[in-house]
Design a protein around this ligand. Structure first.
Ligand SMILES: Cc1ncc(COP(=O)(O)O)c(C=O)c1O
Length: 355
């Protein structure tokens, strides 16, 4: 607390990002980054972009990048918004497109930034409990609200809901914005981008941080009806007109155009995930079925905090999250096959035995 803080700042509960350790000999499976480097085409484009034109401001509308995104998803440029990571895109969406008169709705176990934005924007919210299988039931969201955010696949559980459910939800709440946060969609779920053509209240948000292996670049985007996009642009241009650097725009455009790389790497991650899940099951873990590049796991005989500490002693970091219902669960990012074998070996060395 400082006497220089205004009452809003004093009341905030900021998001706590996963640790980014500064030492090297660590297996980092805590923030759902990809274990593989990004598309070589993206790296080449950024290297070539390191030249004198960096003295100029970037295009504030990021036209070329938005054109590539529009082409990739077979839509038009006026339906595309880009920002500095999907965190920023989500923040603008909460600011621009949610009604402050009623509580916003999101799941009690989901992306931890949603309540943080609500705190920052003084937006009331209500957390809707996942069902007993840790899944979202869209019927639970058919209540008066200021708007809805759903991560699909859901953050921290990995569960994905079908497009038919999203379509039903959009029809149940025709006058409220439904934000579908698809940070993990490329690892086995279906994107709702097509549905934005039928539902003018649906905004789909994606990121280059996960499946495109560019968390360090900070690029995210949203696709939806031009009225929604214009709302986002109004907020952006009232805050920071140049959220994406020249290099970010260039690298992101090349990464998004490299579909072959995306297919190859996401397939690899999904194959590793299936093998890893079998090995974990052999050690007695309960594992939620995941369509993401992580799994949420629980061991009936070992507390999550003990496992976290034991793995850390062995230089492996995974994530324990604060949502009450998953306090005794661990979220583990899918790395390479070799990395997941190292993790299984570490668990075995802690006394967890194979069945
Ligand atoms: C569900 C979800 N949405 C959005 C983000 C933010 O991603 P970024 O800001 O890196 O694009 C994350 C990051 O972990 C996430 O898990």
């Amino acid at each position: 607390m400082s006497r220089f803080w205004n009452p809003l700042v004093a009341s905030l509960h900021p998001y706590i990002p996963g640790e980014q350790p500064q030492f090297l000999d660590i297996l980092k499976l805590n923030t759902n980054e990809l274990p593989y480097g990004p598309s070589p085409a993206a790296l080449t484009a950024m290297r070539e972009g390191c030249e004198d034109s960096l003295r100029l401001y970037p295009d504030p509308t990021a036209k070329t990048l938005r054109e590539v995104i529009a082409q990739t998803y077979d839509t038009s440029i006026d339906r595309v918004f880009v920002g500095n990571g999907s965190d920023e895109v989500l923040g603008h969406a909460f600011r621009a497109l949610i009604s402050p008169e009623s509580p916003m709705l999101f799941a009690d176990v989901s992306y931890g930034f949603y309540p943080v934005y609500c705190g920052l924007f003084d937006q009331p919210y209500q957390e809707i409990p996942l069902n007993a299988r840790f899944e979202i039931d869209v019927e639970d969201y058919a209540i008066p609200c200021g708007g809805i955010a759903i991560a699909n696949p859901n953050a921290n559980t990995g569960h994905a809901i079908p497009l038919e459910a999203i379509s039903r939800l959009a029809s149940m709440q025709p006058d409220r914005t439904i934000i579908i946060d698809e940070a993990y969609v490329d690892f086995g779920a279906q994107s709702a981008i097509r549905l934005t053509e039928e539902h003018d209240n649906l905004l789909v948000v994606q990121t280059l941080s996960k499946s495109r292996a560019l968390a360090g670049l900070r690029v995210g985007y949203a696709i939806g009806h031009p009225d929604l996009i214009e709302g986002l642009v109004r907020v952006k241009d009232s805050f920071n007109s140049y959220p994406l650097s020249r290099l970010a725009q260039t690298g992101a455009a090349a990464a998004i155009a490299d579909d072959k790389w995306l297919t190859q790497t996401t397939r690899q991650v999904m194959a590793t995930r299936e093998r890893f899940v079998q090995n974990l099951a052999g050690l007695g873990f309960d594992i939620l079925p995941s369509c993401a590049n992580f799994v949420l796991v629980h061991h009936p005989a070992h507390q999550a905090g003990d496992l976290l500490a034991g793995l850390r002693e062995r230089h492996i970091i995974v994530r324990q999250l604060s949502a009450p219902r998953i306090r005794d669960w661990l979220r583990i990012t899918i790395g390479t096959d070799a990395e997941m074998s190292r993790l299984i070996g570490a668990l075995a060395s802690m006394g967890l035995t194979t069945r």
